[in-house]
Design a protein around this ligand. Structure first.
Ligand code: GLV
Ligand code: MN
Ligand code: MN
Length: 412
């Protein structure tokens, strides 16, 4: 079997998809179920159809594109990632796994390979948490990690529910039907940029993921008392933003205080009400994203945040309400998938690193229902979730090649 990745074609597709965006280039913004996201999804479905794949979409908008194997009833071998992008993102997060996965399938088709198990490309819906507060909605539903009822009720910032938004976008099926049976996939492999600097530092172009760190997130609302910026004297203030400022630093400290480099905490959203220069903030909403490779240590840091909230409430006479959005367990990648990826690397003489994924991915949830592995390629300076995210075309092509070989082995 002679496999050739069309590096130029793949790169041109990455550029074409990046042009479907709500941000000025080179930034990419594609928030799930916006007209831009729907356009990108339609573009993607067309590319899959052009490759002769059978395309279907489920009720949350996961796209499945299947190359039927000689035994179509046997569990499929899956690959894929996401094409939604956070505000002001880059071109490669998720996209490399989707378009690289499609090119891996096309390379196998061109080589004359005929799979026994079907090979399926999965474009996960709403991997990013931007719109509905939690990430990986598509894969949480596919794996049964989140119930259809709980997913349907999640709201965006405008108060619209997942159910309302998805139906308006043309996804009218029953969310209960999204869950896949455990026997659906024989194995699943996701290709992704590393989103960290280790591969580049080690001058190594491939990473095989051992485990995926455990993410959790909170939505915190701080309620104080507003009023006139001139009229309310300092001793009488219950400034919600000042309380939020203390809490944000306590959150940073909770992560630092574990002493482990693997504990990371981020406040990425801070909504101030009423948001006027001469008005004391009466209400502030913040989000907390906290992760660790060690779930118990992460949970300890979350308790420290809870303790700080109570202290700040007492000291500043504000009220602080915290809503837990998700607190997921970490995942181990399947030894057989890791071995397959490592064998492919060795056959080509490609060095690789075995590593932890500090970012989360849909693979975190697919690993609950199928043996799952991830292959990383470097991204410049480890930059991701920013417009200057960059992966070199030759690294992307190398990743697609190793992916194609692994898919071939798994589908025999
Ligand atoms: C995924 O986008 C993550 O935030 O890890
Ligand atoms: Mn991302
Ligand atoms: Mn991603």
């Amino acid at each position: 079997m002679k496999l050739e990745i069309d590096q130029r074609g793949l790169n041109a597709e990455i550029e074409a998809l990046a042009a479907i965006s709500d941000a000025e280039p080179p930034a990419v913004t594609r928030i799930v179920f916006t007209p831009t996201d729907l356009k990108a999804r339609a573009w993607m479905a067309t590319r899959c159809e052009e490759a002769g794949l059978a395309v279907r979409q489920d009720a949350i908008g996961n796209i499945f594109a299947r190359w039927n194997g000689a035994d179509p009833a046997a569990p499929a071998v899956g690959t894929g990632s996401h094409i939604d992008a956070i505000p002001n993102a880059g071109k490669y997060d998720g996209v490399v796994g989707v378009l690289g996965g499609l090119e891996a399938i096309r390379a196998l088709q061109r080589s004359g390979f005929r799979p026994k198990h079907s090979i399926e490309l999965l474009v996960f819906a709403t991997e990013e948490p931007t719109r509905f507060g939690i990430g990986c909605l598509g894969s949480r539903l596919l794996s049964g990690t989140l119930s259809a009822d709980a997913a349907a009720k999640l709201k965006d910032r405008d108060g619209e529910t997942v159910d309302e938004v998805r139906r308006r976008s043309g996804f009218n099926g029953d969310l209960q039907d999204v869950k896949l049976p455990k026997s659906y996939y024989k194995a699943f492999v996701e290709l992704h940029i590393e989103q960290g600097p280790l591969l580049e530092k080690a001058k190594t172009s491939l990473g095989i993921v051992k485990s995926i760190a455990a993410p959790a997130s909170l939505r915190i609302s701080i309620e104080g008392s507003g009023g006139h910026a001139g009229g309310v004297l300092m001793p009488d203030r219950k400034d919600a933003l000042c309380a939020a400022a203390e809490l944000i630093l306590a959150i940073e400290n909770a992560a630092r205080a574990t002493g482990a480099a693997d504990t990371v905490a981020t406040v990425g959203v801070c909504d101030v009400f009423p948001g006027a220069v001469n008005s004391i903030p009466s209400r502030v909403g913040i989000t907390v994203d906290i992760r660790d490779t060690d779930k118990a240590r992460r949970d300890g840091a979350m308790q420290a945040i809870e303790g700080a909230s109570q202290e700040i409430t007492a000291k500043r006479h504000v009220s602080i309400q915290s809503e837990l959005l998700n607190a997921d367990a970490p995942a181990d990648c399947a030894p057989e998938v890791r071995r397959g990826l490592a064998d492919s690397c060795r056959e080509h003489g490609f060095p690789f690193l075995e590593m932890v994924s500090r970012a989360y991915h849909d693979s975190l949830f697919i690993s609950r229902i199928a043996p799952t592995g991830m292959l990383f390629i470097p991204c410049r300076k480890g930059y991701s979730h920013r417009p200057d995210e960059y992966a070199a075309p030759e690294d992307i092509a190398r990743g697609a090649l190793v992916l194609a070989e692994s898919l071939a082995k798994l589908s025999e």
